[in-house]
Design a protein around this ligand. Sequence first.
Ligand SMILES: Cc1cc2nc3c(=O)[nH]c(=O)nc-3n(C[C@H](O)[C@H](O)[C@H](O)COP(=O)(O)OP(=O)(O)OC[C@H]3O[C@@H](n4cnc5c(N)ncnc54)[C@H](O)[C@@H]3O)c2cc1C
Length: 337
Amino acid sequence: MFRPGKREHIAVVGAGVAGLVAALECAMRGAEVEVLERAPILGARACSWLAGGMLAPWCERESAEPAVMERGQLALEWWPRHFPDTVQRGTLVVAPPRDESEIARFARRTQAHVAVDALGIAGLEPDLAGRFQRGLFFPREAHLDPRRALAALAGALEDLGVVLRFSVEADPQALVADTVLDCRGFAARETLPGLRGVRGEMVIVRAPGVTLSRPVRFLHPRFPLYIVPRAGAHFMIGATMIESEHPGPPTVRSAMELLNAAFTLHPAFGEAEIVELDADLRPAFPDNLPRLTRQGRVLSLNGLFRHGFLLSPALAREAADLILPRKEVRYDLDHQW
Ligand SMILES: Cc1cc2nc3c(=O)[nH]c(=O)nc-3n(C[C@H](O)[C@H](O)[C@H](O)COP(=O)(O)OP(=O)(O)OC[C@H]3O[C@@H](n4cnc5c(N)ncnc54)[C@H](O)[C@@H]3O)c2cc1C
């Protein structure tokens, strides 16, 4: 319960993107915050470590509810403020000539894009010159390197006096604090009915022969994929979306599909070195929208699905509004989007 004059003590369980963004939002409002993480180092057991880092509210509308597009726009202002290396150069969407109808379908389902022809594509990404005739450009979208962004948040928290305790496997219901923010991702499935894992596999390659300056989505009826450029000629190629909670490493089929699609986007990916091949489970509710769920002092932030970086600023702000109101106090229970 919020009491004016007293510093709220908030324990955050989980140092993935949900936990770190929520911790920062609460610490900036003056709360006394600590973060408990079961892994020995940042990211070691977090789905957030594998994310592409796309902040793409309009592209995501292709397969997501309007709420994702609306609330996701906050990320475009939040991340550059807290992680200045956020890159705001938009998203380019292309399709191979035989699948150009996919472009029209994608355009119908999304907003805030402009159509680009071969010349426009070459102007945006010279390395793709002559390879695609039609595409869509979403100029307002952005991307970031999730690992560097998480490290920056951890640093910002430490600057605010927040203690991050690693190698602590915490039970949110047993913790002593005014409020516990349960941000355990998929590990919270036993206490959150309906939470499921959606498997995502990804590859990181080093391809000095390719230059891209923004995420490129490659529409393909069977293997839609995206490639996100990172520093040092690294590219994250993602991601499968499989309704499976199998926690194992990527399958040969998935690796082939991801790498084949990258090779089709640009043959120079054929010479790339595979740096990392990994898989994790995205935490998702049946409607694929995130939820705040309250059980006593424990407020859980979960179900970020494929939108952890996109939606955590909005979700964290709503959580902070519930426990540390700035203007009006709202105590909705089981707040749903
Ligand atoms: C391949 C792939 C690509 C993706 N690409 C994007 C993208 O481009 N853009 C985007 O917005 N989203 C993307 N996502 C989705 C995003 O990664 C997830 O939505 C997000 O990581 C979920 O964050 P989280 O903090 O809820 O969970 P996690 O990142 O899993 O964090 C949970 C943390 O809680 C810790 N924990 C669990 N139990 C305990 C306990 N008992 N005590 C202490 N700590 C505990 C875990 O160790 C972990 O560190 C992608 C996901 C995948 C798999």
